[in-house]
Design a protein. Structure first.
Length: 235
């Protein structure tokens, strides 16, 4: 499953584009870009590994198969491993990846994609070497151009609202038509459709389908209902 990858290929003096292609055989989405799996990628912070599987099952049942588990807690790697092992219809990935060491940890845990809030040459090299689809984070035009120069065309726009929101992304669409984005950070149920209406946005990332009180109560039916509402968002 993980031997299909997005890589920069140089031939006859040219660089082919890198896109966040989902490994062949992913549930219901063979050979798709990560940005096209669903309109929303839930961004998850797991404190208790015991919550990972029922939460993932609720999200998948609601129509959101791509799940980004962030490396913001000690439980992240074990949560990714549990979801990968027990929720076969989930496409689980690691977010807030900051170092090459975290890339290795994410791969070993069973991640099927990687997301970063920003990037350096060293981190980008580790992402590419992982063999997994990845979304490096950007917030400026120069960062986008630098990634396009390296053949990377699909990116995370973060922090979306603080970095200029829909107006900023709309301004990038004409001069940088090859770049596609997953805006994350300040995106919610009320503004997500504004992002999804842009031609250079494939999906958005957010947490609104995972309200803290529902997580604390283990109210997975509510999570599933909110996920279904998010999955229904379309251009």
């Amino acid at each position: 499953m993980r031997n299909h990858h997005c890589a920069v290929r140089r031939a006859a003096g040219r660089m082919d584009a890198v896109t966040s292609t989902v490994p062949s055989g992913s549930p219901d989405f063979p050979d798709s870009s990560l940005l096209d799996l669903a309109p929303v990628i839930p961004v998850v912070i797991v404190h208790d590994v015991a919550d990972a599987v029922p939460m993932a099952r609720a999200l998948v049942a609601g129509g959101l198969p791509a799940i980004e588990v962030t490396f913001r807690t000690p439980a992240a790697a074990d949560a990714i491993r549990a979801i990968a092992d027990e929720v076969p219809d989930a496409v689980v990935g690691a977010g807030t990846v900051l170092t090459p060491e975290q890339v290795e940890t994410a791969v070993a845990a069973g991640s099927r994609f990687l997301v970063t809030p920003g990037w350096t040459d060293r981190l980008l090299g580790a992402l590419d070497a992982s063999g997994l689809p990845y979304l490096p984070g950007v917030s400026t035009t120069s960062e986008v151009v630098a990634l396009l120069e390296r053949g990377v065309e699909e990116m995370k726009f973060f922090p979306a609202e603080a970095a200029g929101g829909t107006a900023y992304l709309k301004a990038l669409a004409s001069p940088l038509p090859r770049a596609r984005f997953c805006p994350t950070g300040g995106v919610n149920a009320s503004n997500a459709l504004g992002y999804l209406s842009l031609p250079n946005v494939g999906c958005v990332g957010g947490t609104w389908m995972l309200p803290p009180d529902a997580l604390d109560a283990g109210d997975w039916a509510r999570v599933e209902s909110l996920a279904r509402e998010a999955a229904a968002l379309r251009r």
